[in-house]
Design a protein around this ligand. Structure first.
Ligand code: WTA
Length: 629
């Protein structure tokens, strides 16, 4: 592949080339793919509408590049290794040939059910091979996939189905999570009572638990695939045709559907996978994320398959049957590149080294981190005990909206510094700006992280509401994409992400809007008003703290229980508040705005650094809250 960075000298030269001749740079990489028709124009853009188009005039299908392109050279190589929830069960290995066949076959099922190019299909599934197959089958026929993490509640699922107007939903009877099973089909049925757009449901048999099948609407996956053949030519897609929607939380309102398109996303996920993991022929790569999040989309499915890699997909959880599961799996498959989240590292670190000791981890060459800031202690532990002080840690900073990794070390090439994502990948032009939007040129500073030039896999729009995309990302600072993150740049120009500066919180690497959680809490009859914030949490990174005003003589214990249940019902277990305090008022400005900054300080144990309180309507409320926390 072109532009694989192999030395520090390469990095400097390639980075410079990518800035001076960005279009030539990206065209070099794009030309490695199989196109049905080559592009006429590499890039057209403005950040004011915004309007960003890559490789216009080009035609292709991403699955031909993930699958067909490899059949001749590596048809019998394993594409996906699936590790089941229970280590006593048999793993599944699918070669590129087998995966191609299964994707084509399921694509024919979708067609048979009337799914056409441009239609939206919602996937609410466990981490089983059928999930990867279904994603690719959608792409094969040009349907837009919208994967919803299978930990979300029925209400959250219904919202996402309705927003995307999905006409078909794919789910399973149930899913295994450690020792538990979750009744996915029942949850889906609940959601479907509020989703008039859905015509068809396809159900994978996984747990074999009893579930209702509605005649004329619900079909079993295994029966359907048996009724079609395995030959499905790939639909011709324009470069900018929609590939998928993925819902993510923002500062306000309901989660928004981030839209990614075909060619740019393909070029970028491949390019970043190859550079950041330095994947070599024959390596086994494992990303422990869930395909319900962007990390799973880009770095379990698309990036690795575009590169012809062997990618591991695991169904289970890191602590079951015990806290050695990750290391046992690395050992079992001789994993060469391992990619996980800081919250998992912290949780496993807390369990002790006896869970690491039994396993051989010497195949590891690169270990990665994503999703939230990694604290120094976790970085050092990961480096020493998992990487045996030999493997570079790639602390990769990126977002659902960026589609792929943006700021990250390149292993054995660029410098490492604990807790720093370090340097932008070639092709990426980050900058720091002040609150007023002035770009900060010097080093040794802090600012708001923006990107000032387009990259191929950037967000194109928010589904059904382009204005929202413009407001959230492109209106804050003219001519720049605003990330929502605060960031430090040290004396050497290395970047360290500090965390969100908006009302988004990051709980165990899961992104949530404080407003979403507040809306759920406010549904309770006894609640007058609430304010939700994130506070430092040893394992989760951030915990959820809810401050609630009530109008009723309800017992505190009962309210705690009911509010937690309500949040689980409205969003899902990932959003359940860790702490809940009943207060008589909230710190508000005279204009009625809640000053969350004050709540954050108090909950973080920094009540002595509250700063200026003179704009508060009722400063006495601060004392009350301090005494409660
Ligand atoms: C945070 C996940 C520090 C950040 C791929 C970002 C990080 C948000 C890192 C996006 C990192 C992600 N260091 N913070 N290496 N990676 N973040 O959309 O706040 O789920 O804005 O995408 O996670 O979360 P999302």
């Amino acid at each position: 592949m072109k532009h694989i960075v192999k030395s520090w000298d390469d990095y400097q030269k390639i980075y410079q080339y990518s800035v001076e001749q960005p279009q030539a740079f990206w065209a070099d990489i794009a030309s490695e793919f199989q196109w049905k028709k080559s592009w006429d124009k590499v890039l057209e853009w403005n950040f004011s509408e915004p309007n960003v188009k890559w490789f216009q005039g080009g035609q292709l299908n991403i699955t031909e590049n993930c699958l067909d392109r490899h059949l001749e050279s590596r048809g019998d190589q394993v594409a996906i290794i699936w590790e089941p929830n229970d280590p006593k069960d048999q793993e599944i290995k699918l070669t590129y040939k087998e995966l191609h066949q299964k994707v084509s076959q399921f694509a024919n099922v979708l067609k048979k059910q009337g799914v056409q190019k441009g239609d939206r299909v919602c996937l609410y599934m466990p981490m089983i091979p059928e999930l990867a197959i279904a994603v690719l089958a959608c792409a094969r026929i040009g349907a837009v996939h919208s994967v919803v993490f299978a930990g979300f509640s029925a209400n959250a699922l219904a919202d996402r189905i309705n927003d995307a107007e999905a006409k078909l939903v794919i789910t399973a009877d149930g899913s295994f999570r450690g020792a538990k099973t979750i009744a996915l089909k029942d949850i889906t049925d609940d959601a479907l009572s509020h989703t008039p757009c859905v015509e068809t449901v396809i159900v994978v048999e996984r747990t074999k638990q009893v579930c209702q099948m509605q005649e004329g609407r619900d079909y079993w996956w295994h029966e359907e695939v048996a009724s079609v053949d395995a030959d499905c030519p790939a639909e011709t897609m324009d470069s900018e045709d929609m590939l998928f929607i993925l819902y993510t939380s923002g500062s306000t309102g309901k989660p928004k559907g981030v839209v990614h398109t075909t060619a740019g996303y393909m070029v970028y996920t491949y390019y970043t996978f190859m550079n950041v993991f330095q994947y070599q022929e024959g390596d086994v790569y494992w990303c422990s994320a869930d395909i319900g999040w962007i990390t799973g989309h880009s770095y379990i499915i698309y990036g690795p398959l575009l590169a012809g890699a062997t990618t591991v997909m695991s169904e289970g959880i890191p602590t079951w049957p015990d806290a050695g599961r990750y290391w046992a799996t690395c050992d079992k498959y001789k994993v060469n590149q391992f990619y996980t989240a800081p919250t998992a590292i912290r949780a496993l670190m807390a369990k002790g080294l006896e869970y690491v000791a039994p396993y051989r981890l010497d195949a590891l060459k690169v270990i990665g981190s994503v999703g939230e800031p990694i604290n120094e202690e976790a970085w050092e532990w990961y480096h020493k005990y998992i990487g045996k002080s030999q493997c570079p840690i790639v602390d990769t900073w990126w977002q659902t909206e960026t589609g792929g990794m943006m700021i990250s070390p390149i292993p054995n090439v660029t410098p490492l510094k604990p807790t720093f994502a370090t340097l932008p990948l070639p092709g990426i032009q980050p900058c720091l700006v002040t609150q007023e939007g002035k770009e900060i040129e010097e080093n040794g500073v802090e600012g708001l992280l923006c990107v000032k030039y387009p990259w191929p896999s950037m967000i194109r729009t928010t589904y059904g509401n382009h204005e929202r995309c413009k407001q959230v990302y492109f209106s804050m600072f003219e001519g720049k994409y605003f990330t929502g993150d605060g960031c430090r740049r040290d004396e050497d120009g290395l970047y360290r992400i500090i965390g969100r500066v908006d009302d988004v919180i990051n709980v165990s690497g899961h992104r949530l809007g404080t407003a979403e959680v507040e809306n759920a809490i406010n549904e309770h009859d006894a609640v007058v008003e609430s304010a939700v914030i994130g506070y430092p949490h040893e394992i989760k990174g951030q915990g959820i703290f809810a401050f609630v005003i009530v109008n009723d003589e309800i017992s505190e214990q009962k309210l705690q229980k009911e509010l937690k249940e309500l949040v689980v019902k409205e969003i899902g277990p990932i959003a359940k508040p860790d702490r809940l305090a009943i207060v008589s008022g909230l710190p508000k400005t005279r204009s009625g705005k809640i000053m969350r900054r004050i709540l954050r300080k108090i909950a973080s144990g920094e009540a002595d650094q509250l700063g200026d309180l003179s704009t508060l309507l009722d400063p006495s409320i601060v004392e009350e809250i301090k005494s409660l926390v």
